[in-house]
Design a protein around this ligand. Structure first.
Ligand code: SF4
Length: 374
């Protein structure tokens, strides 16, 4: 089983907090779609497994025409062995979701929508510089459901300076009232060189408050559990049967091919990443060369990745698996490093599996770093 990620590096507006690779100049979009398909042809032998998931991310893939989406899927099906029941996700922003787009996406084979809602409050959306309005955030979900999309996920952001606990509760309640089976929630992070980082540095915005973020995360986990959602990864909640197959394959260490500027690929032994520059990506591909850099993963890097992703997921990290792949010595070292966090109530054992506790979940990255092999 393998996955495929297609990066569409264009957006209408730059959200203040975003550090993904995208351009707000959309002139090169048609050229980019062709280049991505050329890259796919050059990478035809990268994956030896059947493709189980396709994921259009970005950027904003909902800016593509429905013809471009359909043509891309058809071409990828020609070039690769794509399972008949593959999960095919498209990230969409609320302001791009129209009846015409929805019909076209379904005809093209999109069977899962990931909608960037972030908040149902107008003042939050404006503060983030999102392109959509609060009424659009609500209407787009209802419209997608009316057009037969049942597998929908939405993104929400918590811990922003303007988000009180009461507003956070209302955002989650609104999401739950819409009968969607998957919700991803992210703590607002201040990435270097973003507009948000500048706003905070020049005191145009308050800084993020780590205690508030931890509290809103804790409230979230309680609300989602009460609503019957499985907390299967730190930022992801799903009703039974609705986990993201694509993202789960990343966390299970499966192979994936990333297409487009800045996209990453992984084949079990090496990782590679395309140049994060639209003009250079187009120019170099024109010469029939894929502009990427690559690194081979050492055993230690593979172990650390397993620890990091394992801890972030409900599955935890299995000592049996670690002993079989990396040897007993590593298991002993990790078990010793874990004991402090177990005493503090942030990690726990379930048979041979080490997992984060409810309080440990917000501290996942720091705890994983403590367990890393140096
Ligand atoms: S729409 Fe998404 S990718 Fe584009 S700027 Fe906003 S958060 Fe970033």
């Amino acid at each position: 089983m393998a996955g495929m990620y297609i990066h569409i590096p264009f957006c209408k507006k730059a959200c203040h907090y975003c550090n993904f690779h995208f351009s707000t100049s959309r002139q090169q979009m048609p050229e980019m779609v062709n280049a991505i398909l050329e890259e796919a042809a050059l990478q035809q032998s990268y994956l030896s497994e059947k493709v189980e998931t396709l994921y259009f991310g970005g950027g904003t893939p909902s800016l593509l025409t429905t013809y471009e989406v359909r043509n891309t899927i058809n071409r990828l099906r020609e070039l690769f062995v794509v399972n008949g029941n593959a999960e095919i996700t498209l990230e969409a922003n609320p302001d791009d979701i129209t009846e015409e787009q929805l019909v076209g996406w379904r005809e093209a084979g999109i069977n899962r929508l990931s909608i960037g809602i972030q908040s149902f409050f107008e003042e939050d959306l404006q503060w983030m510089n999102r392109a959509h309005t609060a009424p659009q955030a609500l209407q787009c979900i209802e419209l997608a459901q009316k057009h037969g999309f049942t597998n929908i996920t939405i993104d929400l952001i918590y811990g922003s300076p303007s988000l009180t606990d009461e507003k956070w509760k209302q955002n989650v309640e609104t999401a739950l009232s819409l009968a969607i089976p998957h919700i991803s929630c992210y703590a607002l992070t201040v990435e270097p060189k973003t507009a948000l980082a500048k706003m905070i540095a020049t005191q145009q915005s308050a800084d993020v408050d780590a205690d508030k973020q931890a509290r809103q995360f804790s409230l979230l986990t309680q609300w989602m559990a009460a609503a019957g959602f499985e907390h299967y990864e730190i930022s992801n909640f799903a009703k039974p049967g609705f986990r993201s197959r694509h993202n789960s394959s990343y966390w299970q260490g499966k192979s994936y091919l990333g297409l487009g500027p800045s996209a990453h690929s992984f084949n079990g032994n090496s990782r590679q990443w395309n140049i994060a520059n639209n003009a250079l990506y187009l120019k170099i591909l024109e010469a029939g060369i894929i502009p990427f850099e690559m690194e081979y993963l050492t055993d230690t890097q593979k172990l650390n990745e397993y620890v990091m992703t394992g801890l972030r997921t409900l599955e935890g990290i299995s000592l049996k698996k670690m002993a079989a792949e990396w040897g007993d010595e590593k298991v002993t070292r990790i078990t010793n490093a874990a004991s402090k966090h177990i005493d503090q109530g942030h990690l726990m054992w379930t048979d041979d599996v080490l997992q984060l506790t409810a309080t440990g979940k917000f501290l996942a990255d720091g705890i994983a770093a403590d367990l890393f092999e140096g």
